[in-house]
Design a protein. Structure first.
Length: 234
């Protein structure tokens, strides 16, 4: 109970950072919709079925639909991870501010590789488009790791009740993506679709990782539950 009383007296200092960050995430996720374009068709030729012509034109744009859904889910999971981190952090310093700013810079870039893949996934340029897509997320993973490291080093920005086990879990999960995104970037030059698959599986992994079992930490005679990842995204 002592830790709980101590946390109740702590004033959270990151409100402005979180509000600003939420706004950047919202803008980035909204920009994705501009990759969905209405097919430009001329008047149907004699004997053509207009419904079939438009339907086929819409089907040909399937890379745009695929990348839109994938990138929307990606940014949503990125926001959930960002939200989870700030549930554990109650104050900030200069390295943390700049690490967060670097991450937000990359979040705003996500619509660009999304558009690149949507336009060039079918054709000879697919390899480079997918390499750029995976490469961007490799750098984003570095940004997440820097954000978490700047908060968790010496635990100086974290709430007192955050258990060491939780710090280890988040550090491990964040690091997992670095080698896998690097592999995805390299594989894109030979297997573009496999590269995209690795990127998608990584985001699925982190989506489930947010709900892992929360560690417990003893405080006096009873266990006081520390913030867990499945609580942080509520």
């Amino acid at each position: 109970m002592a830790i709980e009383k101590q946390e109740a007296a702590i004033e959270k200092e990151t409100g402005r950072i979180e509000s600003f960050s939420d706004g950047v995430f919202a803008v980035a996720i909204t920009l994705l919709v501009f990759n969905l374009r209405v097919p430009q068709l001329s008047a149907p030729l004699p004997g053509e079925n207009p419904t079939l012509v438009l339907g086929l034109a819409l089907l040909k744009q399937w890379p745009s639909y695929l990348t839109f859904v994938t990138s929307f889910a990606t940014i949503l999971i990125m926001w959930a991870g960002h939200h989870a981190t700030f549930k554990l952090v109650y104050r900030s310093d200069t390295p943390f501010l700049f690490a967060n700013g670097f991450l937000l810079l990359l979040v705003t870039v996500v619509p660009f590789p999304t558009s690149l893949v949507a336009q060039y996934l079918i054709g000879p340029y697919a390899a480079m488009a997918c390499a750029a897509y995976a490469g961007i997320f490799f750098v984003i993973n570095i940004a997440y790791y820097l954000l978490w490291w700047s908060a968790a080093r010496d635990r100086h920005l974290l709430y007192p009740s955050v258990a060491p086990e939780l710090v280890k879990i988040r550090s491990r999960n964040t690091f997992v993506g670095l080698p896998l995104y690097l592999i995805a970037t390299a594989l894109a030059f030979w297997y573009p679709y496999l590269s995209l698959g690795i990127c998608s599986l990584l985001w699925i992994f982190w989506a489930f990782a947010f709900y892992e079992r929360k560690p417990r930490q003893k405080t006096g005679e009873q266990d006081a539950e520390t913030p867990g990842l499945h609580d942080l995204v509520k």
